[in-house]
Design a binder for this molecule. Structure first.
Ligand code: CMP
Length: 156
């Protein structure tokens, strides 16, 4: 089965709320593999590219200002169906309505301050990873636990 990669950002509110460890821990416990990690000050140019789908929205400027106001923590996680798996762990956009048990459902109340970003498609994941990471910053290694996280046929 195809192992895929997804991009995650812990947004400035997640950083200030001290949720980085909690968020990493949830993805680790699920069985996802961390292959990229760094702290970044996102420039306006990076954010314009990141949020290109929202460029005509009324909140575009505010969103970029917020996301560029402080460092974010960017990560790349890998696993079978990593993109939908991570989005489920993250929960829906509005914290007040996000499912209990999800990151936003457990820790957030806001729409803008929704703690975390997760890629929504394979194309978005690749584009987002390329904005933040150079190829040599993505680390290849075999997961020692893969054999108990997945059945053999799921690793092919
Ligand atoms: P996300 O879905 O990760 O990506 C787009 C982000 O825009 C979204 O999270 C929110 O943080 C933010 N957002 C969505 N709607 C609004 C809004 N009406 N006003 C300000 N920010 C918003």
């Amino acid at each position: 089965m195809a192992h895929s990669r997804t991009a995650v950002l812990v947004k400035p509110d997640g950083l200030q709320r001290g949720l980085i460890g909690e968020i990493i821990s949830r993805f680790e416990r699920k069985g996802l593999k961390l292959v990229g990690l760094k702290m970044v000050n996102m420039t306006d140019e990076m954010l314009s590219e990141w949020y290109v789908e929202h460029k005509d929205k009324s909140f575009f400027g505010e969103l970029k200002q917020f996301m560029g106001s402080m460092p974010i923590v960017s990560m790349v996680w890998e696993g079978v169906d990593a993109i939908p798996v991570v989005r489920k762990l993250v929960g829906t956009t509005l914290g007040r309505e996000a499912e209990a048990g999800s990151i936003r459902g457990d820790f957030g109340m806001s729409q803008q301050f929704n703690l975390i970003h997760a890629s929504s498609s394979a194309e978005d994941a690749q584009r987002e990873i390329d904005i933040v990471f150079d190829e040599d910053e993505l680390i290849q290694y075999s997961g020692a636990m893969d054999g108990v996280i997945y059945a053999d046929y799921e690793l092919k």
